[in-house]
Design a binder for this molecule. Structure first.
Ligand SMILES: NC(=O)C1=CN([C@@H]2O[C@H](COP(=O)(O)OP(=O)(O)OC[C@H]3O[C@@H](n4cnc5c(N)ncnc54)[C@H](O)[C@@H]3O)[C@@H](O)[C@H]2O)C=CC1
Ligand SMILES: N[C@@H](CC=O)C(=O)O
Length: 354
């Protein structure tokens, strides 16, 4: 039986959903994917940390109502998150980083990834900060330590974009993209179309688990800006920083703007885009746009995202699917683990007797 020991860093919506999936689907994964997951460590700023080489029961993790510092009550638990010690020394093969995204420095998530890679552990993350702001360093560390740095969920949650474009569209001549890349703002715009106020719509998005810890990042476009940087650098060979991407969010749009657009047969959408010109220069932006209803992105509703990848050989290839959500994003972590397993199963798997 192949089993990966996994450490969860940050125990909010996404990693909690991953623990729930482990509780429910390990047998199915073993049969279909050829491995199972064993949670050996969890840290969270509010809850503390817990480490157990034999594994922590995922049902206990998801079903217990922990108070602040509550992991101290578990065997091997502490009220302190102690991230560096846990990441460096827990007996994990894979570290799943899902703490909050810091759009300015990427910290502390960049350090979490760095500690894991330096100690020979694979990293899977949904956190946009390390990917947008420190990908070059973290990829170099991963190569040096013969481990993987995977981050499919950093863009469009569990909907495959980064790996799909890099592998399945290799050679198609990608020259640019435009898309709806933030589930919260698209959800908010839809609720405002139904005449709900801006703040109430944002509160609904928070309750659904779509929004960032600080939803300003969603509605001011900063989250999309990080995603545009990630896609431009990963898919168009850019070396963009957030400051290279002009950025405007949806917070200045009023219900009246939205009604006027509807009267004109249009709909407001927050669009992230980038294009490479013939000199190799990349222009990238984030801005609300009034789209005619027959535009391919106009019908994308709720927390759904969509991206049109412009290619030389195929024209536009459009992918649509969930752009946010706890389980949807936890699936992205699983897809990263599947990629690690398929790439080099002999490198890190632990063969244990059944
Ligand atoms: N929720 C979603 O739909 C998506 C989320 N993401 C990203 O995934 C990450 C996790 O998202 P959620 O689980 O929804 O966020 P969340 O806010 O529900 O959970 C984050 C958890 O990290 C913990 N945390 C914060 N700083 C920490 C630290 N220094 N050490 C240990 N724990 C710390 C918090 O206490 C919280 O429990 C974020 O970076 C987010 O941007 C990416 C795609 C979609
Ligand atoms: N807050 C983000 C979550 C995914 O990145 C969003 O709403 O899209």
């Amino acid at each position: 039986m192949v089993q990966y020991n996994i450490a969860l860093i940050g125990f909010g919506g996404v990693n909690r959903a991953l623990a729930q999936l482990v509780a429910e689907r390990n047998e199915q994964w073993q049969a279909e994917l050829g491995f199972r997951l064993n949670i050996v460590a969890v840290t969270d700023l509010n809850l503390g940390s817990v480490v157990s080489a034999n594994g922590i029961d995922p049902r206990t993790l998801v079903e217990t109502k922990f108070e602040t510092g509550g992991f101290a009550k578990l065997s091997g638990g502490s009220a302190e998150a102690d991230n560096e010690k846990v990441i460096r020394h827990a007996p994990a093969d894979i570290v799943a980083e899902a703490t909050f995204t810091n759009p300015d420095s990427g910290e502390p998530a960049v350090s979490h990834c760095r500690w894991a890679l330096e100690s020979g552990k694979h990293v899977v993350t949904t956190n946009k900060g390390p990917v947008a702001l420190a990908a070059a360093e973290l990829k170099m560390l991963a190569r040096r330590h013969h481990v993987a740095f995977e981050y499919e969920g950093a863009v469009m949650s569990g909907t495959p974009v980064i790996r799909m474009a890099k592998t399945t569209l290799a050679g198609a001549g990608l020259t640019g993209f435009e898309g709806i890349l933030n589930g919260t703002s698209n959800f908010v715009l839809g609720r405002m179309e139904a005449a709900l106020g801006f703040s109430a719509a944002v509160s609904e998005a928070q309750a659904m688990g779509y929004a960032e810890a600080d939803p300003t990042a969603d509605v001011e476009g900063y989250d999309v800006r990080l995603k545009v940087v990630i896609l431009a650098n990963e898919l168009l060979g850019g070396a963009l920083k957030p400051a290279d991407v002009s950025c405007k969010g949806i917070s200045s749009l009023t219900v009246s703007d939205i009604e006027t657009a509807a009267e004109d047969g249009c709909r407001w959408k927050l669009i992230g885009s980038a294009a490479r010109d013939e000199n190799g220069r990349i222009e990238a932006s984030v801005a609300p746009r009034r789209l005619a209803l027959d535009h391919p992105l106009a019908a994308v509703s709720g927390a759904t995202n969509a991206i049109s990848l412009r290619t030389d050989l195929l024209g536009a290839v459009t992918v649509t699917g969930p752009g946010a959500g706890r389980v949807e994003t936890a699936y992205a972590l699983l897809s990263d683990i599947v990629a690690i397993h398929r790439a080099e199963p002999a490198r890190t798997t632990k063969e244990t007797a059944e």
